[in-house]
Design a protein. Sequence first.
Length: 393
Amino acid sequence: MSTPPPADPPEGLPRLAPPAPRPDRWVLYIDLDAFYVECELRSRPELRGTPVIVGPPPSEGPTRGVVLSASYEARKFGVRSALPATLAARLCPSASWIAPDFPKYEAASREVRSLLHHYSDEVIPFSIDEAAVPVEAPNADAARAIAERIQHDVRTTLGLPASIGVATTRVIAKMATDLAKPAGIRVVRPEEVAAFAAPLPVRAIPGVGPKTDAILRQHGITTIGELATHRPGEVGAWLGGFGRELVALARGAPSDAPESDEGPRSRSTDRTFAEDVGTWAEIETAIHSLAAELAHSLEKEGLRYGAVGVAFRWSDFSRSQRSRTLSAAQEGAAPLGELAVRLGRELWEAEQSARGRAVRTLSVRTERLTERTQRQVSLDDFPPASGSAHSAL
């Protein structure tokens, strides 16, 4: 049956054309698997399929550093990121160790973002190895097809494996990605959200950290399905507006912009060395490791940081610290590590020009935390000058 033409509007008013149908908007959340290890394997293909650890190599002498990343073969032995290197070496004595090369990882991340721009004008980075890509597709199958092409291109063009979650909201796409690892694709249709989320622990929701998890546990809630049985006002009484958003997600109507009224104001991580450290090289490595660990934790909670601080506890147990407030909230390990190293260097050089004490405990701290609710703008967002190559985002 044909559709009748629209009635003429009243005299004097313009005729309005019927709105053109628009494809549905989907979000593809791309997470690069074992990113630091895979960056190294691009130039060391002979190590593929074997245990590989990125971190301070034990062969270079005693170390108090930690693992930055481990291949899935090494993870079978219990090796994981942030594990002390000495313990990792005992758990997996056959592993090949590679010293971290942060400029290499940052360059690889830019390559990935540049490739993703072939699929969408909008690429939203969340860390050095994760990004969300909104796309238009008429249905879930079409959105999955785009994810398959991206996954194939990232692997064949850049030599990096990726897991991808596909959903109509970023928060569910992120959760789907975690379940797609390693190197898989997980699609969650809008009508499947509640069933998909129900068996997962509440900590699987981006933005839910230890504090929120503890409050929900006090009320007998450990899974998202259990959360769905509670009234929004009830959970809102415990967690403010963030609680209402959590219930909405649990019932299948998630939002990409939850705001926690009880959100954390700071996060920190620290390390007490087995022996006092008196060299800058070892302190710098430890700062990078702590920054990567802290950035990963913030990413899991969906948080940005507006200030960074570094503290040393010296061999005589006195403490010195420096911090810096950022002009805009940041996210990811790279900017956190760069600023933390700069602050640590300032502390170290000031000390060496004075008493020259060794460091007993090192701390890296982030403050002014905010929920990650919108795209972060960087210099990479601006078009290149005329005649230059396409910029990497």
